[in-house]
Design a protein around this ligand. Sequence first.
Ligand SMILES: *Cc1c(COP(=O)(O)O)cnc(C)c1O
Length: 349
Amino acid sequence: MSTGRLTIDLDAIAANWRALDALSAATVETAATVKADAYGLGIGPVARTLAKAGARSFFVAVAEEGAALRQALGPGPAILVYSGHMPGDTDMIADLGLIPMLNSIDQMTRQFEALPGAPFGIQLDTGMNRLGMEPAEWAAVRDIAMRQGPQLIQSHLACADEPDHAMNRRQLDAFHGLTDGLGVPRSLAATGGLLLDPGYHFEITRPGIGLYGGLPFDKAAPVVRLALPVVQTRELEPGETVGYGNTWQAEAPARIATVSAGYADGLLRAMSNTAALYSGDTACPLVGRVSMDLITVDITHLEGAPKSLDILSGLQTVDDVAAAAGTIGYEILTSLGPRYHRRYSGTGA
Ligand SMILES: *Cc1c(COP(=O)(O)O)cnc(C)c1O
């Protein structure tokens, strides 16, 4: 096999959901955010695993993502849509039984005219300025919305991965101001908010990244292992260079492995000359530029030639690789390419 093998540990995903669920009171429902194909890990197996672990509500970004999710879950679980009710979504929302989280007065009008009596939720902006109604808009339509009986009112924290950031408290206070006394279930916390104090939990939390082994949930069990096959190895004389642009030069005799995966597979070019791969528990530096389908790795210090090298494992998490590329674990996960052979381990599904 010449493409990388991506192993997704479903038991670890279930364990991470349970660990996050245990951080809030028993009365708080822990939902799951499974947008973007469950952060690139495969919405079907991941959602079935989470449902089996106990999740009853699932959040996606757009209505289109609801189709595969409804097929995976069957009719019971709630599927909520962050982008709300967009033009053209009405049939999908009705046929798949989705719950749009309405973001604007336009979306509210569309929902109440096209699907009167159908379930919906409301999103409010508390300062992130990305999704949700502004406080003034909410004041204008709150009574109309409340008469239609929203299932959930939510907002989203901009700085929850920085526990001491003053923005967290400001958004919490704003959310209370906009929603106290309405008697509707509320949600403010994704992974970061769940890790703040219980004051941020309300009735439903909706973690994503923590389920998949990423920061800010630093106690997460690692979920992905990515093993990449070695295509060939070669010996270099001192002074020889490796890869496009000659960005790495051997100072001493070196042995270089050429490994099958590149930026077309989500190994960001920004990690050129900075990431490492692992042979067992021995780190081997990625040397030279990442190219489209290949990377080059210094294996001078290894005995013999490995058949494959790991770039993601318990030894090097998505956040470690992200740091090497100047990004975040979320982007590493959602960039994992379609050429990898995906394999699921564990009994979660
Ligand atoms: C993506 C997203 C989440 C999940 O966030 P994580 O940081 O992955 O836990 C929750 N709510 C909204 C509105 C989102 O866009």
